[in-house]
Design a protein around this ligand. Sequence first.
Ligand code: PGA
Length: 258
Amino acid sequence: MMEYVKRPKIVAANWKMNGSHELCASIIDQLLLTSGSFTEMDVVLCPPFVYLHEVHQKLRESAYKLGAQNLYYESAGAFTGEISADMLRDMGCQFVIIGHSERRQLFQENDELIARKFLSAYHAGIVPILCLGETEAQRKQGVTFPTVEQQLKAVLDKVPVQAFEKAVIAYEPVWAIGTGLTASPEQAEEVHKFLREKLHAINPAIALRLPIIYGGSVKAENASDLFKQANIDGALVGGASLKAAEFLSICRSALATT
Ligand code: PGA
């Protein structure tokens, strides 16, 4: 039986490949009106790379934090089109999303590459948000637990468990991403608990402090029930993060359950 440890909530906005100068300005202006409310939790904005600078400039005096959606694991060199962890830190990023299912599926990122990316974020002092989750077919086959366990193990095989002292896991069932289908709070909680138990067997103190957030069609209307679960420490929000009012409502639900 795991003891209970209070963990601050994290809500991260994954804008994916969406946005423009205009959209950045309008979302940020609305978020800044309430920035003072979120000092007891982490609210992280992950815009596309090209908007990082502008979002950073607008957010630097606020409680909001900046994150990127990806990185390359080398620190510099002849890697055309890629961006390193050191560059992200230089631009003010404190977080980076690693291993999102869209990158695993559309850009053939495998466990080995994801582990290297995680390690380079860790070395650069950027908090990796490690995404994992099963496909619809895997859930139907009843292999959800072994699937997420393997995804976690692939990183733990290459990265010291101490790296999880400053990391976030995002459980994102692939069938729930962008589909409008959300895992029920109970379905999500059992996977979050399972992941925490796996880490607990390796290092209890780290496991109890690690934020495990949920992603997959999180909206204002379902956020609060998800956040009430003992092992759900926040959310990675895609579509709903592009609407400032809806995103703020999700953040307020998180704060209310902190
Ligand atoms: P969604 O995306 O909220 O649009 O389902 C979540 C994610 O992909 O991180």
